[in-house]
Design a protein around this ligand. Structure first.
Ligand SMILES: [Zn+2]
Ligand SMILES: [Zn+2]
Length: 397
């Protein structure tokens, strides 16, 4: 007898499908790799590639973002000042009126410098190379000294197709050349360059001092309000009057109704007893005030963030100023120092003179009047022609 057995192709089909999927997957990877092959592929290339949308975004929208940033800086600074007066001043006044007066004067001196340097940083143009070279072309020879200098310019800007004085760089956001360019600052909605670098740096410095001042003056308020007196919005000793029949407690702990009439002012209200109660502190009042308490939290978060962000930037720029470099030059010179052994920054006159030049403390200007107080004096030189250490004959400034 013949027995016919049917066998279902169970395992074989599964394996075939699996092999087919693997084969197609490998094909897809090979296709993708061959289509996107790049001999220069490296980690930095990959990072550059992934950053490209961000650069595009910054280049195209920085102008609009800048306005939003300036608005945010103004609002945040105003809010911090308002809260300092609303929450901080009553607290300090209760502690010591003399200290309060000192804090108000010192704080307003910082505020004046912050406002002045920020405003000047925003409205002062960084300085642009003169573009009236047509004068030179028409007359065949430069008519003014400024034009003569430009003819000897260090290089030509490929984007502006115009002479580029030394230390000038092209800003892709402003889309023009900037004298002594440092960087484009979205917080100022302006380029930081030859004419406004001092405002930019002093703004950062005074802002850092300002938030440090707020933290130092407010750390005790923060500790008292958020740590010691976190009452959940209740002012202590402020319980509502008890309503009901008054009782007394005798020595055995038994409640005894009060019956004697002199204990009452009227039927329902027991006579007021002036029991000694500790005074409510300002910190307790702040802790119990829902908006003041939020204000303290806001101040803590804002000020600590600003100190962390600005602290590093202030140190970094101080380093550059000490070396007589702009941020752009710091990056270029760092490379040059690696490749050229005998590289020397031609604009480095030594730390002391570099700072004096940066702060514009020339022609008898003083630190007291021109740094500690708002001053709109311009920087030394022209921003087009720069003195170098190699030029020892020239007395500058
Ligand atoms: Zn340019
Ligand atoms: Zn710019």
């Amino acid at each position: 007898m013949v027995v016919i057995r049917w066998r279902l192709p169970g395992r074989g089909v599964g394996r075939a499908i699996k092999n087919w999927i693997i084969w197609k997957w490998e094909q897809a990877i090979l296709t993708a790799r061959s289509l996107t092959y790049n001999e220069h592929m490296s980690q930095s290339y990959a990072i550059d590639f992934m950053m490209e949308p961000i650069f595009w975004f910054v280049d195209n929208f920085a102008k609009y973002l800048g306005k939003v940033f300036v608005f945010c800086v103004t609002i945040l600074t105003s809010l911090v000042v308002v809260i300092a007066y609303w929450v901080g001043l009553p607290y300090w006044w209760q502690r010591c009126p003399y200290t309060s007066v000192f804090l108000v004067i010192f704080g307003n001196w910082l505020l004046l410098n912050i406002t002045f340097h920020y405003y000047m940083g925003v409205i002062t143009p960084p300085g642009y190379p003169p573009n009236d070279l047509s004068v030179v072309r028409r007359h065949g020879r430069p008519r003014r000294k400024k034009d003569l200098v430009l003819l000897k310019a260090a290089s030509i800007c490929k984007k502006c197709i115009a002479p580029k004085p030394p230390r000038t760089h092209h800003c892709s956001v402003c889309d023009r050349c900037i004298l002594g360019m440092d960087h484009h600052c979205p917080w100022l909605n302006n380029c930081v360059g030859y004419r406004n670098a001092r405002y930019f740096y002093l703004y950062m410095l005074y802002m850092l001092a300002g938030v440090t001042f707020i933290i130092v003056a407010g750390i005790d308020i923060g500790y008292q309000v958020l740590w010691l007196n976190d009452t959940g919005g209740i002012i202590p000793y402020n319980d509502p009057d008890l309503i009901g029949h008054p009782v007394r407690m005798n020595q055995s702990g038994i409640l005894v109704p009060v019956k004697v009439i002199v204990e009452y002012d009227s039927i329902n209200f027991p006579r007021e007893h002036n029991l000694p109660m500790p005074p409510v502190t300002e910190a307790q009042r702040i802790a119990a005030h829902p908006w003041k308490r939020k204000g303290v939290v806001f101040m803590a978060v804002t000020c600590v963030s600003v100190v962390l962000a600005l602290g590093g930037l202030v140190i970094l720029h101080a380093k550059n100023i000490s070396r007589g470099e702009t941020s752009v030059e710091a990056a270029i010179n760092a490379k040059l120092r690696k490749t050229k052994k005998k590289f020397r920054n031609p604009y480095d006159f030594g730390r002391r003179k570099n700072w004096k030049l940066f702060l514009g403390l020339t022609q008898g200007r003083t630190f007291l009047r021109h740094v500690l107080l708002p001053s709109s004096h311009g920087p030394a030189g022209t921003g087009i022609k720069w003195h170098t250490v190699d030029n020892t004959l020239e007395d500058w400034p």
